[in-house]
Write a protein that binds this ligand. Structure first.
Ligand code: ADP
Length: 171
């Protein structure tokens, strides 16, 4: 069974094997958590992302998929990049958001990562209502078949923390 922990804070400070980045399809950085990870993690993450674009994802990383790079100067060992759904653009954003979480856990298993920190994917610039996203994220992780021991949701701000806390209690 995977243990689920909730933390209010900044994911770039987490001492876990892997942190998840709510990236965009370009993999070349952006705002929000993506910007913070590249800023604190340094240039080696961006270099690795450029290589991935060239070698594996010339058209960008599709929504719902995940791929790992070094974590550069961050305390984590790896960054697992995933692209969440833009809430208003998708017919079924929930299944895509669930797929992001499962894809990240699959990559974590391949890496041998035992502890993984997730941000609240899609709930910033991509407009996913945080309470809805919290329910989907918690369900996906609870139902996942994975060797990951601990998933830590690192929530930026009180509102996001509360939403995940409620989803964990009611889920
Ligand atoms: P998306 O484009 O997937 O919506 P964002 O980065 O805009 O991604 O937002 C996703 C969530 O990450 C939001 O809830 C936002 O408040 C949160 N966030 C932003 N910076 C950080 C950070 N440094 N650590 C953890 N969460 C963060």
């Amino acid at each position: 069974m995977t243990r689920i922990e909730l933390v209010e804070g900044d994911i770039t400070h987490e001492h876990v094997d892997a942190i998840v980045n709510a990236a965009n399809a370009t993999l070349l950085g952006g705002g929000g958590v993506d910007g913070a990870i590249h800023r604190r993690g340094g240039e080696t993450i961006l270099d690795a992302c450029r290589d991935l674009r060239r070698e594996r994802y010339p058209e960008g990383l599709p929504v719902g998929e995940a791929v790992a790079t070094t974590a550069g100067d961050l305390p984590a060992r790896w960054v697992i990049h995933t692209v969440g759904p833009v809430y208003r653009r998708e017919r079924d954003p929930a299944s895509l958001l669930a797929r992001c979480h499962l894809a990240c856990l699959r990559v974590a298993d391949e890496l041998g990562a035992a502890t993984v920190a997730f941000p609240a994917i899609s709930t910033g610039a991509y407009g996913y209502p945080v309470r809805e996203a919290a329910a989907v994220a918690i369900d996906a992780v609870q139902d996942a078949e994975t060797k990951v021991d601990e998933v830590r949701f690192v929530l930026f701000g009180r509102e996001a923390y509360r939403a995940f806390d409620e989803a964990l209690e009611t889920g």
